[in-house]
Design a protein around this ligand. Structure first.
Ligand code: GLP
Length: 255
């Protein structure tokens, strides 16, 4: 593992993504040992799959007890029920919840079917539930190709909170395959805000593969601001980033 000191955020460049996935799963296991009711912030997408696989393995090996762990998911498409094939609620079950002994009452998901009249209250309730849990201890994060975090698209402010957002065309294009065409991708979503994310005590951001190289470069090189919301992560005291060689390729050349 190589460390990128000049990057402005503590970035670790791993030879293989499995190295990062194991390191984060081990860290979560250690934290749960010290605090059995640890509070996790959890993303979907392809990026965290390996971390979830490692967590399931550690659980099966009897080394990780999820029974008191509390989870808050980052986001959800608006208009999708939890059973929809592309719903993040369903992805979380398939990737993690079905494979560990998490208690259903400890899982907090944003409801994609919340109606417009209830949406604001639902977002406030979600923020209150995070606060009532004592805040998020460790939040796992991927980066969108356009530099978004969760569904905080370009234009999102540093102080944004959980809310309904319009999805960017890049984001909808990237999701087209799973929906069977861009015309089926929802235009709106519900997401934790940038401030909600930055309130987490530890943030572990992951990016793997050449498709993320531009986003990683933007995250580290652009001025901190809403053009690439991932830039807001810079300076977070509990941040560690893990990139593989392909995702950090443009950095290596520019630094
Ligand atoms: C979606 C999610 C993000 C995720 C991003 C990257 O937009 N809302 O939370 O980080 O996609 O997805 P992937 O990991 O599949 O590249």
């Amino acid at each position: 593992m190589r460390r990128l000191a000049e990057a402005g955020i503590p970035a670790r460049i791993v030879d293989a993504r499995e190295e990062a996935e194991r390191a984060i799963a081990r860290e979560i296991t250690e934290l749960v040992r010290k605090k059995p009711d640890l509070v996790l912030g959890l993303p979907t997408g392809k990026t965290p799959i390996g971390v979830y696989r490692e967590l399931a393995l550690l659980h099966r090996a009897g080394r990780l007890d999820f029974s008191r762990v509390r989870t808050f998911n980052l986001d959800e498409y608006l208009g999708l029920g939890a059973e929809h094939g592309a719903a993040f609620a369903r992805a979380m079950r398939e990737m993690l919840f079905d494979h560990v002994n998490v208690s259903p009452g400890n899982i907090h998901l944003l409801n994609g079917l919340v109606g417009p009249e209830r949406a604001a209250a639902h977002c406030r309730d979600f923020e209150r539930a995070i606060a009532a849990a004592g805040g998020i201890d460790l939040l796992l994060l991927g980066i969108g190709r356009n530099g978004h975090i969760a569904f905080n698209e370009p234009g999102s402010s540093r102080d944004s909170r959980t809310r309904v957002v319009e999805l960017d065309e890049t984001t909808r294009t990237d999701a087209a395959a799973i929906f069977g065409g861009i015309e089926h991708v929802p235009k709106r979503a519900i997401t934790m805000g940038v401030a909600t994310i930055l309130d987490a005590k530890r943030i572990r951001v992951l990016a793997f593969g050449a498709a993320k190289a531009e986003a990683v470069k933007r995250t580290l090189a652009l001025a901190v601001g809403p053009d690439a919301p991932a830039t807001f992560l810079r300076g977070h005291p509990g941040l560690a980033a893990y990139f593989d060689a392909d995702a950090s390729a443009l950095l290596a050349r520019s630094s």
